[in-house]
Design a protein around this ligand. Sequence first.
Ligand SMILES: [Zn+2]
Length: 433
Amino acid sequence: MAYKCSLERMSDKIKTFAQYGDAGHGGITRYSLSEASTQAREEFVRRMTAIGAKIECDDVACMYATLEGSDPNAKRIVMASHVDSVKNGGNYDGIEGVMTGMEVLETVAEQKIPHRHPLTAMIWTNEEGSLYPPAMMCSGIICHDYLPADLAKNFEYDNMMKAEPMDESPFKNFGEALAASKWKGDKANRLSPDKYLCMFETHLEQGPILEDNGNEVGAVQLVMGMFNYRVRFHGFTAHAGTFPMAKRHDALYAASAFLVKMHEEFDKIEQGIDPEFVYTTGEIYVHPCIHTCINDEAEFSLDVRHPDPAVRERVMAKLKEMAAQEWCGCTCDIEEQWVRDTVNFNKHLIGYVEESMDELGLKWQKILSGAGHDAQFCAYVIPTTMIFSRTQKGLSHCEDEHVSDEDATAAASACLNAVLKADARFEDDLAKD
Ligand SMILES: [Zn+2]
């Protein structure tokens, strides 16, 4: 029998949490460790202590609310996401996963659902990194020792504490904000493989795929691998009015020609129809950037994502081939910023999610995550998976971001039943591998 979460209670949480950091026009700005985030954390404490959950904080202010199970020696099953938002973000990114963890615990407590493992609802600190970059800062710190070295080096504890604010803040850096926060606790409370069995993160999809396919929820299989490069063009500058067109080496013109050709070539690699293959130029920089001068330097970012490393390699080979050529009389060079492997989620946990969605009679599909989440770092530490909920118009990181109360409740019910299956079967299933 499938258990169901409460639409009424989930709706109430969505309404309540939307007040904390309310920007006054439908969305929120709730930076990590801000006053608004403290209000959201206090609400979490209120609701979790009301059902008898024990609250703990770790040394980077991640919060854990735990309902004991019948076996005092069993490891915890955790459901986690974040309460912080981007500037002028919406009422779902991050907080939906926290509300899901709370709703699962509330349902278990209310319906007295038997379970052997302790169940934990968790808040990751500073996922967005909007005030104190980088994104996924605290999952990066907590999972640091388990991450590949080239990822881990971006999350050294001491460097993270020195992260300076990108917007107004009463604190000089993240470390100061953390020290002043009432949520800084004990390092011994960190999520770790000796205390935690597995992790589930529920999140809005942030794209239109579920909606386009008429599905309510998605069983996430993996987080796509990606590479991020800078592509630079070198020409020379001269006066806009006095220098003949034929003699120019205009770096912006070169970059533009390259960009158009790059789209044509990349689209040929996967015939332009593979929905999993995405690439973006989000930043562009030119020098001297004066309207009376020809630009001698132009540079743009290139973000490429696909689950299959062989496809990413073909894209990379094409990029290198193009960069070796001359463009409108300018030379080109490329520089790697970062590369991240595809992170596969645990097949048993994915199976429990899919079974639960079937049992609940939900419309669902397998789906991939193009965005990064705390779950992708956590997957290096303990078995992890994610559930996506339908995102209206595919919008996120904006005030129009929306998930219906019904869809959020459906995702929470899927999470609840998947957690109960993990509670009953996960250790046995692992032993059979
Ligand atoms: Zn998020």
